[in-house]
Write a protein that binds this ligand. Sequence first.
Ligand SMILES: [Zn+2]
Length: 313
Amino acid sequence: MMFAKLAAWSMRRPLHHTLIFHRVLADRDPMSPGEPTAAWFDDLIAMLARNFELLALSEAVRRAADGTLRAGSVSITFDDGYADNATIAAPVLRKHSAPATFFVASGYLDGGRMWNDTIIETFRRLDPGTHEIDAEAGLTFTLGDWASRRQAAGDTIKAWKHLPPAQRRANVEALATRVGGLPDDLMMTTEQLRGLDAQRGVTIGGHTRTHPILAAIDDDEARGEIEGGKADLESVLQHDIELFAYPNGKAGADYTAGHADLVRRAGFAAAVATDWGTLSTATDRYRIPRFTPWHTNLARFSIDLARCHYGQL
Ligand SMILES: [Zn+2]
């Protein structure tokens, strides 16, 4: 069904696709079985390198602007700044000479942890048995096998996702006190970020400081997050940061035209969303669409993507 939508776009403008990733895990994780593994990612990038022109996102934006973007090109992007981007994904990308852009939320560098990961890591570690997490929201779980832990983490993330930021932070912090030993190495260190930035074909982009849903905070705060994230990365890397990704990235729900304007005025040259579609000369360069390669069946995914590109769907 999702491909039908993508295909409809591609029929009109069979041009450039931008893919979103978050993590690439060394092995399958029973708490996050849907996350790409290193082996899957290697196969995917090999397939893409064989069948498409892999373009740095900045190059695709430049070609879209001057009308030289052609069908059959793909850009690879990563959001959030996970350490595995540097340790697992980057070597695979290097192996295939594949360019990629990494959008990093600067506030989590050097030991930070995103709220959803704190929830997942807590439910991974809680003792078996019944736990009342948030009586008001009806979050009481009996934990045992991996399926029950995944379900509890998923339900809690869903229930807390749209709470006001301060309330959500308080809930997550209280939850985290129930277990010890939560990981502090999920996100990149500044050293890992510098190493990634130095790799040929790698671009680092802004993704705010603390990854708020921009539409849920006031404009001053949003400006501070957008400009602050850019300044943090520029201070670590000592060069301009020109691309931005909206946290969550859905037009209307997560960002508005006002935020696109803040991003432009902060000095970014282009910004990516998570809205569906392709990049063409007609695309607003502060609302570049992207999509997640969700098919675990690589053959199916590659056929669909190829057909979309060449207008056969
Ligand atoms: Zn993100």
